[in-house]
Design a protein around this ligand. Structure first.
Ligand SMILES: [Zn+2]
Length: 459
């Protein structure tokens, strides 16, 4: 129930009156359906179902209208109301009709309108009690269409919506609402609460060893373009890095997702965001594994936020660097290359980083390219020496590769953002990332509530 609703039981007469009014609506609907009794009509099941879809909107919309009229009769007859801004008592200025659309269909709300001359402010007490959106399409529609468009293009979302509900909403409306919700999607709401995180940790705790919580960070490049008005020439696009992380729990059988967060942002902001998430995690209840590639900034922030975390160089990234040397030195897919890769990886598995580096130093580079790749690999291994201990990770039950973040990136960023070949304005792209993260994290309801409360008049 919305705020300020005083739920009083209906008197029997009221309830009877409502029943009568709904019956009248049913009669009107039946009249519309009666066309199937025309002489030469033998509609199929599908045709009949479509007739229902087409006609039920008006029927249900009217029912909703009737319900409002009955339930809020006192507000519909209100003669005086205090101005929400200054409290001055204002007189009813007559009825004002507003056409609204909900998931049920179109309705008209006829309610008294008040105007405070001191504040030059018009208002309707009924609108605030019912939480009526200033837009024609109400919050239930806004909520569903925005989450739909997080999965597919705005044009397709509009088509699907019409297809499934029988109600048309324009792609422009969806886009506009999407941007407004995206603006209100803050990290604080997108990330589950501390209580929720505790609950998920409890699910995987078996009372013996503390469960493992993985923090995996990575960047993904997204196509962006500068903002331009409709008539202006579009600016040149460029690829920008969306930095992000995913936090999840490992149990014997499955992965329990906690939170994903990705934004086109700089390193500082990334660090601040990670710190906020870290502050919600009861770190003493878990063993923490930090996963990342060689990027220094990721490690800097991960170790600040999770000082007790075990640092693990992402195995897949590490292997990629090794393949590069093998390819340059021994030729792609040669037996020698394969052999060298296998022995190098198995030495790294046993944490023999020093041996591998010495071996690389002894190599005689085949050419300049090979020399460069060898030099880079030596630097990379030296830099990340302390984070290479895959055998020990395995024994402790830690993951060695961030398959997790890779798939999260694919899911959060790639599927929607790279699909149409569209270039994203940074703000819209970030909004898309935030809403997709919220849906994935199970927090979209909170995000939408925040948007709703900010879009209702504030006093
Ligand atoms: Zn006033």
């Amino acid at each position: 129930m919305g705020q300020g609703v005083i739920a009083e039981a209906w008197e029997p007469e009221e309830s009877e009156l409502f029943r009568q009014m709904i019956h009248d609506e049913v009669d009107k609907w039946v009249d519309k359906l009666s066309e199937v009794f025309a002489e030469d009509q033998r509609p199929t099941l599908m045709e009949m179902s479509e007739l229902f879809t087409k006609t039920r909107q008006e029927f249900l919309g009217s029912c909703l209208e009737t319900l409002i009229e009955q339930k809020y009769a006192d507000l519909l007859e209100q003669q005086y109301a205090p101005c929400p801004k200054c409290g001055k008592i204002c007189k009813n200025r007559g009825n004002n009709s507003k056409e609204i659309f909900t998931m049920q269909g179109p309705s008209v709300v006829k309610r008294p309108w008040f105007y405070c001359t001191d504040c030059s402010y018009g208002f309707s007490p009924l609108d605030s009690v019912l939480e009526i959106s200033r837009k024609k399409h109400q919050f239930d529609i806004q909520k569903k269409s925005v989450s739909l468009s997080a999965d597919t293009t705005f044009t397709r979302a509009s088509e699907h919506f019409k297809d499934l509900t029988g109600q048309g909403i324009s792609d422009h409306f969806i886009h506009e609402t999407f941007e407004a919700v995206g603006l209100e999607a803050y990290l604080e709401d997108v990330i589950p609460s501390q209580e929720e995180i505790r609950k998920r940790i409890k699910q995987v705790s078996n009372g013996k060893r503390r469960p493992i919580l993985v923090v995996a960070s990575d960047g993904a490049h997204l196509p962006t373009r500068p903002k331009a008005g409709r008539s202006e020439k579009r600016g040149k696009g460029r690829w920008q890095e969306a930095k992000g992380f995913r936090v999840y729990l490992l149990s014997k059988k499955r992965i329990i997702h906690i939170a994903s967060w990705h934004q086109i942002q700089n390193e500082d902001q990334f660090g601040k965001d990670l710190a906020l998430v870290a502050s919600r995690i009861p770190q003493e209840l878990v063993r923490i594994g930090l996963l990342g590639d060689g990027a220094d900034y990721l490690w800097k922030h991960m170790t600040v936020s999770f000082p007790k975390g075990r640092q693990i160089l992402d195995y897949y990234h590490c292997a990629e660097h090794i393949y590069k040397v093998a390819k340059a030195q021994y030729g792609e897919k040669s037996f020698k290359a394969l052999e060298w890769v296998e022995s190098t990886i198995s030495r790294l598995f046993f944490a023999e980083v020093g041996n591998v580096i010495r071996g690389l130093r002894r190599m005689e580079p085949k050419n300049d390219d090979a020399q460069e790749e060898i030099r880079k690999l030596i630097g990379y291994l030296n830099n990340n020496r302390e984070k290479i201990h895959y055998q020990g990770d395995r024994k402790g039950g830690y993951p060695i590769g961030s398959g997790g973040i890779e798939s999260a990136h694919k899911f959060i960023a790639h599927t929607r953002m790279k699909r149409s070949g569209a270039w994203w304005v940074k703000e819209t792209g970030d909004g898309m990332l935030r809403i997709r993260c919220a849906i994935y994290n199970g927090t979209y309801d909170n995000v939408f509530e925040r948007y709703k409360s900010t879009s209702l008049p504030q006093f």
